[in-house]
Design a protein around this ligand. Structure first.
Ligand code: NDP
Ligand SMILES: N[C@@H](CC=O)C(=O)O
Ligand code: NA
Length: 818
């Protein structure tokens, strides 16, 4: 025996009822004995309540509302019952509407709508849907019967949520089912007292009907047919990556549904659970999908938790005072007083100091809860034993649920760590000793971000997302996008990582899309959908979107962008940048960025500030962290100058090589930055700071490479003109070095806390003599690398190597976020 229950959306339209009939016919074809329970057509119960209230308030418009409901049922009859059988069904349906019309007329006369009358009015929803569907089945030749559950399920007269008398009910069900072999089409949700007065079974009522029947008939299984693919790991409207839970235990289902999972309402399935009957949650609109099995014990688990659930809005009430410490009975009084006033408590937390108790309630009960407690403890408040009863609103609860927590340690650590890394403050927390559920109270504004971040970290085999916001799509930003495009598939398949480009901007247009901008489409999309760039608006929108695992990538050379770094890091958004401006301003600024990132638990990464993709800063940070002491740094830190001094001379003109360096993407957007020595000065300044030397920009002494006329050029074009004019000067520089068998090198050094940059001619014995192309070289003399310095060497400029360094920083954030 199997009991099938079809919910409101499954019987809500002609098409869905067709699907329902198909499912029933399939089961019958397998010669399975089944019983079927139906809810009212989707929306009808609410509409009937509304109509009842209208009638009770004397609003005559209820008549036309009722006609609309009647027409919905007639439309189904017309569409699904053969014409020659329609008249008897029309008559039966009309008969029910006449009866309902009379009741409503009575309500409008006496202007009163009791719970008892409301139950009677609501009962028409299930009576109508079940009647019509049983007629459709009969019209199709199925041996079926309409079964009004009021004749078999008997209850107390607690209208709206009547209590079932199982002794009588079970007996009547068995008797009824023994009488006939016809398929029983049973009305869900409704029942009656032993005197025949109509009652209803409360929330999840039709599931309850199915469960009562299944338990009485000792069915093997209940199928709950709904409009979703079973129970999901999280609310799919909030977490796009949520997926169906294949198997879940009764206890887990209870915990998940308590926190708002609307698919089933497990308390109503208790009679079936008590008899170990398997429950399947299936989708009427996706018949072949496996759905979710709910059983006493779930089948093998792939994850430490089973699902995540949430309550969108709660209020947190806090009562505290030194007079509560060690005093027995305080919590008893708190919760007795609340229950006396019918205030349901959702979560409770008390620290072992016993100084305060906090609990959450539905916000609509918050003011009353305060009033109740202030009355209850008025004398303690007067005496100062209790300081205050306060409330905090705009909060949400998230609960992670799963039996797997019992076996695995670190589940709560993982939960709090992912919340921390995303800058989400936990206001209160609770874990029952059953270890089935850990709940956290957080700000409502962080709910979606928290759900997505938690889901990503617990359901690891699903693809995780990193949300990128890229400012600057020039040489480096554009190359980065190209690299991301080429790696998308690899990262998805091998690293289970989705780099979601959620925002882009250049100086003209910006585009934000939380659903992602495909890297191959960015040009077309920013052109078509982009709006005028405003960095403040871009950053503000980013913060408002509050996406989990967000990273701001600055690929500009903008000098004013730094102000936003503070804002972003403070909002727990990591920053990655090749732009050296932030780290080469004042030391106070540098320090403040580092500290904000540390305080917020996010990353501020800038490996490409020095030597492009060469692992210079990471190496230094590793040495510093492990306690090494830097004694001296000597380096060639300009790819552009390296290229120049490796290429010009012997008939090759200086200005032409600068042009070439620019074309190859080695120079700064403004090449005067490179040739004035400013770029190298910034880099040695950054390196000094990394080893704890608090230098300011003006502390760096810079040797000039260019003659005054070039340095004074007002535009880049003028600059090139002036270089052309100074060709003899540069030729002389190159020749005098070459005549001594030397090469020109622009060397930055940090020694005894002093940094300077000088132009040197070095001979073949110098370690920096043998460089080619845009090579950088850095030599670290430290306490551990004293006799032979640690040397890092390789191309230190260019679009590909720089973009890949930025990419590597992004990847290291993804590993950090887990
Ligand atoms: N080339 C190299 O080898 C290395 C470069 N870097 C650094 O990389 C950074 C980028 O250099 P590169 O790609 O050559 O520069 P580009 O000039 O080619 O690109 C800069 C991009 O930033 C955009 N942009 C500038 N200011 C703003 C702003 N205020 N708001 C929005 N967008 C803005 C520009 O927009 P638009 O297109 O509208 O002008 C452009 O898209 C620089 O900081 C540089 O120092 C670091 C290491 C190595
Ligand atoms: N313009 C720079 C690029 C890297 O920072 C250089 O030439 O080194
Ligand atoms: Na680097």
């Amino acid at each position: 025996m199997k009991v099938l229950k079809f919910g409101g959306t499954s019987v809500g339209s002609v098409d869905s009822i067709k699907a329902v009939i198909g499912i029933i016919e399939n089961n019958l074809a397998k010669e399975e004995r089944i019983a079927v329970v139906f809810s009212a057509m989707g929306g009808v119960t609410n509409r009937l309540i509304e109509i009842g209230k209208m009638a009770a308030s004397g609003n005559k418009e209820y008549v036309s509302f009722l006609q609309v409901v009647e027409e919905r049922h007639f439309a189904v009859v017309r569409a699904l019952i053969p014409v020659k059988h329609q008249s008897s069904t029309f008559a039966a349906v009309r008969g029910l509407f006449n009866e309902l019309g009379d009741i409503l007329k009575g309500v409008s006369w006496i202007r009163e709508l009791s719970d008892r009358t409301l139950d009677l009015i609501m009962s028409f929803g299930e009576r109508l849907s079940t009647l019509v569907i049983s007629e459709i089945l009969m019209g199709k030749g199925v041996n079926s019967e309409f079964c009004d559950a009021r004749h078999i399920i008997h209850t107390s007269d607690q209208f709206g949520m009547a209590e079932v008398d199982f002794a009588v009910t079970d007996h009547q069900i068995l008797e009824h089912f023994a009488k006939s072999t016809a398929l029983q089409c049973v009305t869900g949700f409704i029942a009656s007292t032993t005197d025949g007065v109509t009652t209803t079974l409360g929330r999840g009522g039709s599931d309850y009907t199915a469960s009562i029947l299944a338990a009485a008939l000792e069915a093997e299984c209940i199928e709950i047919w709904t409009d979703v693919d079973g129970m999901m790991t999280a609310d799919p409207r909030k977490v796009a990556n949520a997926f169906t839970i294949p198997s879940i235990s009764y206890a887990e289902a209870m915990e998940l549904s308590h926190f708002g999972a609307k698919v089933i309402y497990p308390p109503s399935l208790q009679p079936a659970f008590a008899k170990n009957i398997t429950l399947k949650v299936l989708n009427t609109f996706n018949v072949d999908f496996e759905g979710t099995y709910v059983q006493k014990t779930a089948n093998g688990k792939d994850y430490a938790i089973t699902g995540i659930s949430s309550i969108d809005e709660i209020a947190l009430v806090n009562i505290q005072g030194s007079g509560m410490i060690g005093v027995a009975g305080i919590s008893g009084r708190v919760f007795t007083a609340l229950s006396f006033h019918d205030i349901s408590v959702i979560l409770i937390s008390q620290a072992s100091s016993e100084h305060s108790i906090c609990f959450s309630v539905d916000p609509k009960n918050a003011a009353r809860a305060i009033e109740v407690l202030e009355n209850e403890f008025s004398s303690e408040i007067e005496l100062g034993h209790i300081d205050s009863v306060g409330v905090e609103k705009n909060l949400s609860i998230i609960a992670i649920v799963g039996e797997g927590m019992k076996q695995s340690s670190g589940v709560s650590g993982k939960l709090f760590s992912v919340l921390g890394k995303n800058g989400i403050n936990v206001v209160a927390t609770a874990q029952g000793s059953s270890e089935l559920n850990i709940s956290v109270v957080i700000s409502k504004g962080d709910l979606s971000k928290a759900l997505n971040a938690i889901h990503g970290v617990f359901f690891q085999s699903e693809t995780r997302s990193l949300n990128l916001f890229l400012v600057g799509v020039g040489l480096i930003g554009g190359t980065l996008l190209e690299q991301i495009k080429n790696q998308t598939q690899y990262l998805r398949e091998e690293k289970l990582l989705n780099l979601n480009l959620a925002g882009l901007t250049n100086t003209k247009k910006m585009l934000l899309d939380a659903d992602g901008i495909k890297p191959e489409e960015w040009k077309a999309r920013i052109d078509e959908e982009g709006v005028k760039t405003s960095l403040p608006a871009f950053v503000q929108r980013m913060i408002e979107l509050n996406l989990p695992n967000s990273v701001f990538v600055d690929c500009t050379s903008d000098k004013d962008i730094v102000q936003y770094y503070h804002m972003l890091l403070d909002a727990s958004i990591s920053v990655v940048t090749p732009n050296k401006v932030a780290n080469s301003g004042s030391y106070a600024e540098y320090l403040s960025l580092q500290r904000t990132a540390l305080k917020r638990g996010v990353k501020f990464l800038y490996e490409t500030n020095v030597g492009a993709g060469l692992p210079i800063i990471n190496t230094m940070q590793g040495l510093m962290a492990s306690g090494d002491k830097f004694l001296k740094i000597e380096a060639i830190l300009s790819g552009t100058l390296s290229y120049l001094f490796n290429s010009f001379g012997q008939g090759v003109r200086f200005a032409d090589v600068v042009r070439e360096a620019k074309e190859k993407g080695f120079t700064e957007p403004d090449p005067r930055e490179d040739l004035s020595g400013a770029d190298v000065a910034r880099k040695i300044l950054i390196l000094a700071r990394e080893v704890g030397v608090p230098l300011e920009p003006e502390d760096i002494t810079i040797a000039k490479i260019l003659p005054e006329n070039c340095l004074a050029a007002k535009t880049v074009d003028d600059f090139f003109d002036e270089m052309e004019k100074s060709d003899a000067y540069f030729a002389e520089l190159a020749e005098s070095a070459a005549s001594e068998g030397k090469k020109l090198r622009y060397i930055a050094s940090l020694d005894h806390g002093r940094a300077h940059v000088e132009l040197k001619a070095v001979d073949a014995n110098h370690p920096f003599y043998n460089l080619s192309g845009s090579d950088n070289i850095v030599s670290f003399t430290t306490e551990r690398y004293k006799d032979r310095p640690l040397v890092i060497k390789g191309p230190g400029a260019g679009a590909e190597v720089t973009a890949s360094g930025v990419f590597a920083d992004i990847m290291s954030i993804s590993s950090y976020l887990g």
